[in-house]
Design a protein around this ligand. Structure first.
Ligand SMILES: Cc1ncc(COP(=O)(O)O)c(C=O)c1O
Length: 447
């Protein structure tokens, strides 16, 4: 009989986090597999740290979103928000399901074209629309969401020069209760800018205004925000119909739905706080009831969800490098994944669990990444059991924004893997190596 491992005694201060307002917090369970594949197998084959994406979860989230809206609206279009995660394999799963593309740069537009999306199935957003970009995308019928008056004037000039009538939408920003307005993008509704811009487009006759768009922000936990937004967009659409007889072909309610992650400032964890897609869809339907359009002329409802579709499908496996006892007595754990690859740890308390069975008493633990920088904290003050070097931990709900906002800093960016719906797995982005980085460096001749 093997002797049980020695467990050193610890004194753990009582933490209020041990309970929440409903009951005791759920006890931590190890996650030894990802979609049926052992974590150890994955690390042995592909190294650590390692991002792993589940095709099954991507598809399930996509269908849940599409179906929640399709139950309430005659015409629904899901566009995949490229900036959230533009790895080809991820995009192709969504395009295979029927998603169009929503992009905010020429690079993302080229990526969408490379993934087989026709130009006229791309919505181009954001403030970065140079003349060169517009010359590239307009002949392909891309839908341009206008951000400001200078862009509007540029589009009208290009329409004349290229002898085209581009289809455009107006990006609108507006106030809803309980969240700070993203007033930077598009035309403000409340101060009259949006209606002025719309009138100007109609009067100019060089652009065809076919849609209104508003993106409220990100990780919006209250579906009521979408009810307010949709009501305001509906009123604006009604006003344009009365003034110009204009019947829009789409209303775009943007992205912003929450994943099952947890913001640092949030009280309840994602599995309790995150609204279902059904609740968001119901709120939008209540708001859009204000739309006074003739039967059969209902606009397509466009969604630009990013985070809510991909976050829950992404996992990061990391390996414990060392244990520490900090000067203030707190326990520290050094892992091989830092904020350079888990950028979202600045805003989210990522759900992290051991990848192997564990014992011992959990203690408040600060989890550091491997960077020689004090800011490299991937998880602050989490109740975590004792770990040994070489043990593995799994960060969950990390599929959004990390593999686009990550940076090569101090170390190589790790491999990214997808586990297919049938259990097969394969690399979707290679681990970087010295050659990857040297490929874009030059040494001038005088050196
Ligand atoms: C215009 C636009 N649409 C969609 C998104 C995706 O947002 P989210 O990932 O919160 O769904 C963003 C992200 O900021 C955005 O700027």
């Amino acid at each position: 009989m093997s002797r049980p491992l020695y467990e050193r005694p610890v004194i753990a201060r009582h933490q209020t986090g041990a309970m929440n307002k409903f009951s005791r917090a759920a006890s931590m369970q190890p996650q030894t597999h990802v979609d049926g594949v052992p974590v150890d197998t994955l690390v042995e084959a592909y190294g650590s740290p390692l991002f792993v994406f589940s095709e099954k979860t991507l598809v399930a989230r996509y269908r849940e979103l599409r179906d929640a809206f399709a139950r309430r609206f005659a015409k629904v279009r899901v566009t995949w928000s490229y900036k959230t995660n533009y790895l080809d394999a991820i995009c192709r799963v969504f395009h295979r399901e029927g998603a169009w593309a929503e992009v905010v740069s020429e690079f993302e537009w080229e990526k969408a074209r490379h993934n087989g999306v026709p130009g006229e199935r791309i919505h181009l957003n954001g403030p970065l629309k140079t003349e060169a970009t517009l010359r590239r995308v307009l002949p392909e019928g891309t839908l341009v969401h206008i951000d400001n008056f200078d862009e509007l004037a540029l589009l009208e000039r290009l329409a004349d020069e290229l002898n085209l009538t581009p289809k455009v939408a107006l990006r609108v920003n507006l106030a809803v209760e309980s969240i700070p307005a993203w007033g930077r993008f598009g035309f403000n509704l409340e101060n009259g800018q949006a209606i002025t811009a719309a009138n100007r487009i109609v009067a100019g006759k060089r652009l065809e205004l076919i849609g209104l768009h508003c993106h409220l922000g990100t990780f919006i936990l209250d579906p009521a925000s979408y009810r307010e937004q949709a009501t305001k967009l509906a009123h604006l659409a009604n006003e344009l119909r009365r003034a110009h007889g204009l019947v829009l072909s789409f209303l775009d309610i943007g992205g912003g739905f929450a994943s099952h992650s947890k913001l640092k400032a949030q009280y309840l964890p994602g599995d309790q706080a995150t609204p279902s897609f059904d609740r968001y869809a119901a709120a939008c339907a209540e708001g859009l009831a204000a739309l006074e359009y003739p039967a059969g002329k209902e606009p397509t409802i466009v969604l630009e969800s990013g985070r809510a579709l991909v976050d829950d499908a992404g996992t990061l496996i990391s390996t414990v490098l060392a244990n520490k006892r900090l000067a203030d007595g707190q326990r520290g754990l050094v892992v091989d994944a830092g904020v350079n690859i888990l950028f979202t740890s600045f805003w989210y308390d990522h759900d992290v669990v051991p990848a192997q069975p564990f014992g011992g008493i959990a203690e408040p633990t600060v989890m550091y990444g491997p960077l020689c920088m004090n800011i490299d904290v991937v998880r602050d003050s989490v109740m975590f059991p004792p770990m040994r070097t070489g043990d593995r931990v799994v960060f969950r709900h990390v599929g959004a924004y990390n593999v686009t906002q990550w940076m090569q800093f101090i170390t190589y960016r790790p491999a990214v893997l997808m586990i297919g719906a049938d259990g097969r797995h394969g690399i979707i982005r290679k681990r970087e190596e010295l050659e990857t980085l040297l490929a874009s460096e030059e040494v001038p001749a005088w050196l």
